[in-house]
Design a protein around this ligand. Structure first.
Ligand SMILES: O=P(O)(O)O[C@H]1[C@H](O)[C@@H](OP(=O)(O)O)[C@H](OP(=O)(O)O)[C@@H](OP(=O)(O)O)[C@H]1O
Ligand SMILES: Nc1ncnc2c1ncn2[C@@H]1O[C@H](COP(=O)(O)OP(=O)(O)O)[C@@H](O)[C@H]1O
Length: 620
């Protein structure tokens, strides 16, 4: 029986964010397809799917035409090619971001990911050692709990701290946020990964490989292009609009303009890279970041790589490679949180280091009224020695996303952390240093002597030096469309300043502000109906604000690593201040402040708009 493979290209419509499609043809053709029909922004229900299963024999000449001629599927096109690989059919819908009409200006082109190559080396090396175990896949969280007896994040955090210590040459101390992200565009990528997954008990498997090294060293670009076009067909269904846009972006890429990483998205390419660039240690090209930790400033050899590249490659090749790379590379960025926690995955997903607490929350949230406000959770997967939770990538499909991370609640420490401090406190010199860096007079005499503080002391101090204690949330960080990251907002204390920050973040665009405002009102309603919310203490969770130039804006609840269920029958109000033992988190205090601030920002932006209209009229 002749082996044949059809690849399915899905053009993503404005109401469809991402689609991962592939087809396995091996004598008998099986097509599975699903279209997102939902045009509502915030609703994510299973009813939003329309699924179909089609079986035909190889000789059935109507296969392609049936598919493409059907008006319902006019955005699906089928291309045929020869391949012996069976590819999995996976189609997923996603709640849409709210569409608005404005188009923010862009001064610079962004779109790549920064990368700490060094760390990746270590992680990838360790994952190589564990290669035999790599194909383990956990479905649901139960098995993971057995696999990972303790929260893997602690181990990874420890690894980063150790690395940092080694790096600073035995100084032995972490400084401010050194093991944390500070907004550089980056993502963990393995040097050569083969991730096989089995989902939902089926035998469907897929493989992808993402090289860590930069595409500048590609030898056989033209040949690769051919292969890549095949590869892309099995990919994530990017829209033509996006491709075109990215092609345009390339023209705007200038040396030194922003932060880029070109990763190799194709298995063959990846192999080429590895064979041709054994000396390469980093693929990151970090040109700028408003705030940049030293731990990520490893772009020194990038300049020489680029120069070497320029000598040996024509501009045409250069553009081709970047275009190709960009098409596969989303604009993923980790704005806050712990370094080493995330890996970019395929199919519009990100992988976050497994944490039992978070996985349990996500399990519950997937059947809760809050589901439309939470990234879709797809269970867990083991890569190398770690287990990860699979989350919908909230930046997938966005170009030059503008992001704001607001940490919610009137406190960011758990009650147990306070209790722990009273009993057996671990002293943290890294936290002491972070504290001193912001305010040298903050530590007590004793703390100065110890050169260390307890974690809960640090977290409490952090809360009082930000709007957390007073407004019930703080802006952890903002990334603008040019890729610049600002984290100074954490020092904001008043609502008026938050409003200013909102205006800055949205560039006073009314439609974006309104979209955020209505999304938060909808969230507020959903929280009222949420069993999850009622029965959990939500600590350290963030609202991720995301919009892009194409006028899409939405807000998502993320980070449930410190969100814990309450004892039976205890329910929280979430809108009153915390008193020890109450477990109140003040989440709704934060939400109310945010809504108030957005209302103020809308008023300001409206009057600004009226003023400018008036000025225009008087000039005319
Ligand atoms: O933001 P800065 O001032 O750097 O302080 C951080 C945050 O509070 C982190 O919380 P979050 O993850 O919610 O951002 C916390 O992680 P935990 O989540 O582990 O409490 C870090 O503790 P350590 O990870 O122990 O350093 C602490 O150092
Ligand atoms: N599902 C997601 N899609 C896109 N970006 C995400 C997603 N989850 C987290 N991020 C990014 O990662 C950052 C840190 O996420 P978070 O869950 O708070 O990590 P941590 O638990 O390490 O604090 C966020 O500020 C955001 O920029």
């Amino acid at each position: 029986m002749r082996e044949r493979c059809s690849s399915l290209t899905v053009t993503v419509l404005s109401n469809r964010w991402q689609t991962q499609v592939s087809t396995c043809v091996h004598g008998v053709v099986v097509h599975t397809y699903a279209l997102t029909l939902d045009r509502e922004m915030d609703v994510m229900t299973d009813d939003n799917y329309m699924e179909g299963m089609e079986m035909e024999t190889e000789n059935n000449p109507t296969m392609d035409t049936d598919f493409s001629s059907d008006k319902t599927y006019q955005h699906l096109t089928i291309r045929e090619g020869t391949s012996s690989s069976c590819r999995r059919v996976k189609v997923r819908s996603r709640p849409r971001l709210q569409s608005t009409k404005s188009f923010p200006p862009y001064s610079q082109c962004i779109g790549g990911l920064g990368e700490d190559g060094d760390g990746d080396d270590e992680l990838s090396q360790s994952s190589d050692v564990m290669r035999e175990d790599r194909n383990d896949v956990c479905q649901g969280t139960e098995r993971n709990i057995e696999l990972i007896p303790r929260c893997a994040r602690d181990e990874v955090k420890e690894q980063w701290r150790m690395r940092r210590k080694e790096r600073v040459g035995g100084r032995g101390e972490d400084t401010d946020g050194l093991e944390r992200w500070s907004g550089n565009r980056r993502v963990e990528e393995k040097s050569e990964c083969e991730d096989k997954e089995m989902e939902g008990g089926t035998n469907s498997k897929w493989q992808h490989c993402r090289g860590r090294n930069c595409s500048f060293e590609i030898e056989e670009v033209d040949e690769e292009r051919k292969t890549s076009s095949e590869g892309e067909n099995e990919g994530s269904g990017e829209s033509q609009e996006r491709r075109d846009g990215e092609a345009e972006e390339l023209i705007g890429i200038k040396e030194g303009s922003t932060t880029h990483q070109w990763s190799s998205p194709h298995p063959i390419l990846s192999k080429l890279l590895h064979s041709s660039s054994s000396t390469s240690s980093s693929s990151s090209i970090n040109f700028s970041s408003a705030e940049s930790d030293e731990v990520f400033s490893e772009g020194e050899d990038v300049g020489s790589k680029r120069r070497a590249f320029r000598k040996s490659r024509s501009w045409k090749t250069y553009l081709t490679m970047m275009h190709w790379s960009l098409r596969r590379q989303g604009s993923w960025v980790q704005l806050a949180g712990h370094q080493g926690n995330f890996q970019l995955s395929e199919g519009g997903e990100v992988l976050k280091l497994y944490c039992e607490v978070e996985a349990k929350c996500l399990d519950s949230l997937m059947i809760d009224a809050l589901r439309p406000f939470v990234p879709q959770y797809h269970g867990c997967v083991t890569r190398g020695e770690h287990c990860y939770i699979r989350l919908e990538d909230l930046l997938s499909g966005l170009r030059r996303p503008v992001i704001m991370d607001c940490k919610m609640g009137v406190r960011t420490y758990q009650e147990e952390e306070v209790v722990k401090t009273q009993t057996k406190a671990t002293l943290r010199s890294d936290m002491y240093q972070k504290m001193v860096k912001v305010d040298p007079s903050a530590p007590s005499v004793e703390e100065h002597e110890q050169k260390a503080v307890t974690k809960s002391r640090y977290l409490q101090w952090r809360d009082t030096t930000s709007s957390t204690s007073t407004l019930g949330f703080r802006i952890e960080g903002v990334m603008m469309e040019d890729g610049s990251v600002q984290r100074d907002f954490r020092k904001i204390l008043t609502l008026a300043k938050v409003t200013e920050a909102m205006l800055y973040f949205t560039r006073s665009q009314l439609d974006i502000l309104k979209a955020y405002h209505s999304r938060l009102l909808a969230l507020s309603e959903a929280l009222k109906n949420s069993l999850f919310f009622r029965s959990h203490e939500v600590i350290g969770s963030s609202l991720l604000f995301v919009h892009d130039h194409s006028s899409k804006a939405s807000v998502w609840m993320i980070d449930f690593g410190k969100t814990t269920p309450l004892p039976d029958r205890l329910e929280l109000r979430h809108n009153i201040p915390w008193a020890e033992g109450s477990r109140e988190d003040g989440y709704l205090i934060g939400l109310t402040s945010l809504i108030a601030s957005l209302s103020q920002a809308i008023s300001v932006a409206s009057s600004q708009q009226e003023d400018s209209c008036g000025e225009e009229q008087s000039v005319a």
